[in-house]
Design a protein around this ligand. Structure first.
Ligand code: F6P
Length: 333
């Protein structure tokens, strides 16, 4: 087994709260194991451009509570090319990097696979607010993004309640509905629209609002995952079908910022630690995953084809919270 003397760490793709905790964990675990740690700035593009900084105990101090990533991040199209990947390998050789910890989502791990095939050992750490990585039950940033969206929606509810309006809120999630469903349950949404469930506008929106009205509600909250389509369009349809003038809010990048939650700091620290332990132990080309609370190392190739479905039992729970007991409510009048 080749001795690991120096590793690189980078963050790539969309940032996620808790990435800094992961960078800190990687650097401090490396230093504690007698391994030097180089921070690669601006993701895979930084590896191509030799954009780096040496990390020590102090340089990763006081970053646990900071959102974003101190290493910056980027989505690199050059790294998708063989030419770009070769330049990245050359940087690793030049800097004497024996392995890389890549913190990010799906795109980051596709980059990791390409680099590992060119002989650079890589370990991936899943971080994305979308929680859409198949091999792991949890990705760094999801909890904080949920909490941020919930806080925003609670505020929206105050004004919607005062004016007796309908709010249509679009949340992120790319092609997945994890964020929307978790948030929808937590805010007691009238309806939650997710890409995993084919939209029947009459059943999923119009009837929900009508039922909610019958139950005595005078304001309504519709949470729409961005993967379903534009909340503005949904708003127009609500106006036409129900006759109420909705207010549309696209939460957008607000969801990606802010102080990481306890869960994200703790998970990121465990994952960063485990990534360095894997590299130091001669294990690489894997993703650090969490399944049932346990940390696992899943080979990247396997991880990239693993699928994770939205838990439809949670969808049922969300509906039950809104509409369970409506019949008895009606008969009591
Ligand atoms: O993957 C994280 C994410 O925030 C998605 O939810 C969203 O679709 C996308 O990134 C936005 O990307 P960008 O920051 O490049 O606009």
């Amino acid at each position: 087994m080749k001795e690991i003397k120096r590793i690189g760490v980078l963050t790539s793709g969309g940032d996620a709260p808790g990435m800094n905790a992961a960078v800190r964990a990687v650097a401090r675990t490396a230093l504690a194991s007698g391994i030097e740690c180089v921070g690669i700035r601006r993701g895979w593009q930084g590896l191509i451009n030799s954009d780096f900084t040496l990390l020590n105990r102090e340089s990763v101090g006081h970053i646990l509570s900071r959102g974003g990533t101190i290493l910056y991040t980027a989505r690199s199209s050059e790294f998708m090319t063989k030419e770009g990947q070769k330049k990245a390998v050359a940087t690793c050789k030049m800097l004497g990097i024996d392995g890389i910890v890549a913190i990010g989502g799906d795109g980051t791990f596709r980059g990791a696979l390409a680099l590992s095939r060119l002989g650079v050992p890589v370990v991936g750490v899943p971080a994305t607010i979308d929680n859409d990585i198949g091999c792991t039950h949890y990705t760094i940033g999801f909890d904080t993004a949920c909490n941020t969206a919930i806080e925003c929606i609670d505020r929206l509810r105050d004004t919607m309640q005062s004016h007796e309006r309908c709010s249509i809120v679009e949340v992120m999630g790319r092609n997945a509905g994890f964020l929307a469903l978790y948030v929808g349950i937590a805010v007691g949404a009238t309806a939650v629209l997710v890409p995993e469930k084919e939209l029947d506008f009459q059943r999923d929106v119009v009837e929900r609002i009508q039922e909610s009205r019958l139950a005595g509600n005078t304001h309504f909250m519709i949470v729409v995952a961005e993967g379903v389509g534009s909340a503005v369009e949904i708003g127009k349809q609500v106006h036409e079908a129900v006759g109420i003038e909705p207010r549309v809010t696209v939460l957008g990048h607000i969801q990606r910022g802010g102080t990481p939650s306890a869960r994200d700091r703790e998970t990121a620290t465990r994952m960063g630690y485990s990534a360095v332990k894997a590299l130091a132990g001669g294990r690489s080309n894997c993703i650090i995953a969490i399944q049932g609370g346990e940390i696992l190392e899943i080979p990247i190739e396997e991880a990239l084809v693993m699928k994770k479905s939205l838990q439809m039992d949670r969808y049922e729970i969300m509906e039950t919270m809104q509409f369970g007991g409506i019949a008895s409510h009606r008969t009591s009048f």
